[in-house]
Design a binder for this molecule. Structure first.
Ligand code: F6P
Length: 327
């Protein structure tokens, strides 16, 4: 098996996430450890199409373990969605004698990787890197822990000023169409309510919760709104609440892209390191068209098709306790 893989390429694609650099480092070092050469591909699938490659060695990835962003840059490629684009990408890999491709990213990245494997048969391996934590087949994705810590730090600060002014804040967090960031940070900051796509809460229900809080002498509150929630973003939710409820003066904060940057947490560095090594060793052992996931603290290879087609569900117990503790 081992003799079949002599050279791998690695890229990062889609929205970046803290810990991607730690994953690149782990891929390069594990590959070199197993006597495999590595080509770094810049700008995601666009770089694959344009031939933007650079040989990486152990020193190329020195001192990046604790850096946010991705040294390989990232992009969302429209051209890779076309057959012609993918053909160019495959030709570039073949010209460089690349035997396998590791893609670090989220759902869109893996959809492209899966199609690429189906068309050309090149072994592909996905490493889940997204702050959204929305991939089926891994308990955590790289960057989720850091992003939620960033959110918690920001909301703790908002809480101080909310308290001083007896205000109600609506804080919008990222997550695309998933509510993992909202739920986790809601529990950690003691939000009075978490609005997330996976669990409907109408404006009437939200007002009921706020009323109960006011009755029990809550002077200020935080409502977390996942950007994908059905009620609209935080501004929209605030507008609808203000129309019918005037107990509090309200303010809105949209946290935005600060959630994607910054130094990766210890958890994300270790997660990325484990996944990077397992990705390389998985390819050596013949796994292809899969994503490396960690489930119950154990490395598992999950079919890319399952990772992209099945839905990752937030922890039901976390959803339950978020309500119990917010009264
Ligand atoms: O997938 C990561 C993510 O940050 C989402 O949470 C968000 O919806 C999206 O990317 C934002 O993308 P962009 O950086 O292109 O605005």
């Amino acid at each position: 098996m081992k003799d079949q893989i002599k050279k791998i390429a690695v890229l990062t694609s889609g929205g970046d996430s803290p810990g991607m650099n730690a994953a690149i480092r782990a891929v390069v070092r594990a590959a070199v450890f197993h006597e495999i050469e590595v080509e770094g591909v810049f700008q995601g699938y666009d770089g694959l199409i344009k031939g933007d490659f650079k040989r990486l060695n152990v020193r190329s990835v020195a001192k990046i373990l604790g850096r946010g962003g991705t040294i390989l840059k990232s992009a969302r490629s429209a051209e890779f969605m076309t057959k012609e684009g993918r053909q160019k990408a495959f030709d570039n890999l073949k010209n460089r004698n690349v035997d396998a491709l590791i893609t670090i990213g989220g759902n869109g990245t893996f959809t492209g990787a899966h199609i690429f494997h189906e068309e050309f048969g090149l072994p592909v391996m996905g490493i889940p890197g997204t702050i959204d934590n929305d991939l089926f087949g891994s308990d955590n994705t790289i960057g989720f822990d850091t992003a939620t810590n960033t959110v918690v730090e920001a909301i703790d600060k908002i809480r101080d000023t909310a308290n001083s002014h007896n205000r109600l804040f609506f804080v919008e967090v990222m997550g695309r169409d998933a509510g993992f960031i909202a739920l986790r940070s809601g529990i950690a900051t003691g939000a009075i309510a978490v609005l997330m796509p996976e669990e409907e809460m109408s404006i009437d229900e939200l007002i009921e919760v706020l009323e109960k809080g006011a009755e029990s002498n809550k002077t200020s509150s935080i409502v977390i709104v996942a950007e994908g929630d059905a009620n609209g973003g935080a501004y929209e939710v605030a507008r609808k609440v203000n129309q019918r409820y005037s107990q509090y003066e309200t303010r809105v904060t949209v946290l935005g892209h600060i959630q994607r940057g910054g130094v990766p947490s210890c958890w994300d560095r270790v997660l990325a390191s484990r996944m990077g090594v397992a990705a390389v060793e998985g390819l050596i052992n013949g796994h292809k068209d899969v994503m490396i996931g960690i489930i119950n603290d154990k490395e598992e290879y999950v079919k890319l098709n399952d990772a992209i087609s099945q839905k990752a569900e937030p922890n039901a117990e976390e959803m339950r306790i978020a309500k119990i503790l917010s009264i």
